[in-house]
Design a protein around this ligand. Structure first.
Ligand SMILES: NC(=O)c1ccc[n+]([C@@H]2O[C@H](COP(=O)([O-])OP(=O)(O)OC[C@H]3O[C@@H](n4cnc5c(N)ncnc54)[C@H](OP(=O)(O)O)[C@@H]3O)[C@@H](O)[C@H]2O)c1
Length: 309
């Protein structure tokens, strides 16, 4: 029987995603009607993105899953009308992009590239330590954090991770809990934040925890803006306690032109470009989840609505 898939991720994404989804559905052997409008009670799956006009899931009584095109789900998990299973995007293309972003920005700070790009006067030879001597803290050891940690480890960085649950058997040292965070931050010269935004992670890096970092430490945040207390970050940069912050995500996006981050010499702003979902590989993930749904198999990357990620 034909399954009806409503593309509710917005008009802007439709021209790019429509053709890739059709190819992926055919590749997965699905008999699927991909539509941008439908009677809610006749929809079997919803392809979704956070800015969608669809906010009331109540009438979608037959819908078997909402398939988000984004990795982050903080703008949908709290929707009280959502009773259908929600899956987030885990896209190999997105992961690759994040690994490249994180590796590039960590290397920039590790090697002190700015000094020479800006044209350091004279002939002062400042040789950076080897990567093996540089402790990098990876906050978040999920799909993205772990992939980035492994890429940095392959470059010999002394990477250690931190997550909500205790991890055993990983190929990098892993910490959890408040004591684990403190132990890691106290030795981390570079911190990468790849955590979801939840009630628990909001303002995780506040003044108290930022003060645990060694003098001159650098933060790279491609996770979510709310993970860091903006004012505490600016104060730590102004006092010289922190060396630099490379920020890709913000509490308000686009970041307002008059926000202090925009013009602060210790802040690099990138406009939420660390890692985008790639339509061709993401379409295959969506198709596979619909195939699983129809075959009665467990869905991939299902979000725990109470945990918030
Ligand atoms: N800037 C961009 O372009 C961009 C693109 C994609 C994603 N992102 C961001 O990256 C985030 C991470 O993505 P992902 O795919 O790696 O997510 P994920 O697979 O769900 O992993 C999340 C990680 O965060 C940990 N975590 C969650 N809550 C925690 C807490 N309270 N304390 C400590 N650790 C906690 C989890 O711990 P456990 O392992 O114990 O569960 C897990 O290791 C997304 O949520 C999104 O915000 C940004």
């Amino acid at each position: 029987m034909t399954v009806t898939v409503l593309f509710a991720a917005g008009e802007a994404l439709w021209p790019e995603y429509g053709p890739h989804l059709r190819v992926a559905f055919a590749g997965a052997g699905l008999d699927a009607a991909l539509v941008t409008e439908a009677t809610p009670g006749e929809v079997d799956y919803i392809v979704y993105a956070p800015g969608s006009a669809l906010q009331d899931f109540t009438p979608y009584t037959r819908c078997r899953a909402v398939l988000n095109l984004w990795a982050g789900v903080e703008r949908i998990v709290g929707n009280p009308t959502l009773t259908q299973p929600l899956c987030r995007m885990v896209d190999p293309g997105l992961t690759e992009g994040m690994v490249e972003y994180v590796t590039g920005h960590v290397l920039r700070h590790h090697l002190g590239m700015d000094r020479y790009i800006k044209g350091a006067p004279g002939w002062q030879q400042i040789v950076p330590p080897l990567a093996r001597e540089r402790v990098v803290a990876m906050l978040g050891l999920g799909e993205l954090g772990l992939a980035c940690a492994r890429a940095l480890k392959a470059l010999n960085f002394a990477v250690e991770g931190w997550s909500r649950s205790a991890k055993t058997g990983l190929d990098i040292p892993a910490h959890h809990g408040e004591a684990g965070l403190e132990a890691l931050l106290r030795k981390a010269e570079i911190v990468v934040t790849l955590l979801p935004r939840t009630a628990e992670t909001e303002n995780l890096l506040d003044a108290r925890r930022l003060a645990w970092l060694p003098q001159g430490a650098v933060i790279v945040n491609p996770g979510r803006g709310a993970l860091i207390d903006d004012d505490a970050l600016l104060a730590a940069l102004d006092s010289g306690a922190l060396g630099h912050a490379t920020l890709d995500v913000f509490r308000i996006e686009p970041l307002p032109e008059d926000h202090p981050f925009r013009h602060h010499p210790g802040v690099t702003v990138t406009p939420h470009i660390a890692a985008d979902t790639r339509a061709s590989s993401a379409a295959r993930v969506v198709a596979e989840n619909i195939r699983r749904g129809e075959a009665g198999e467990p869905l991939l990357h299902q979000v725990d609505l109470t945990r918030g990620y």
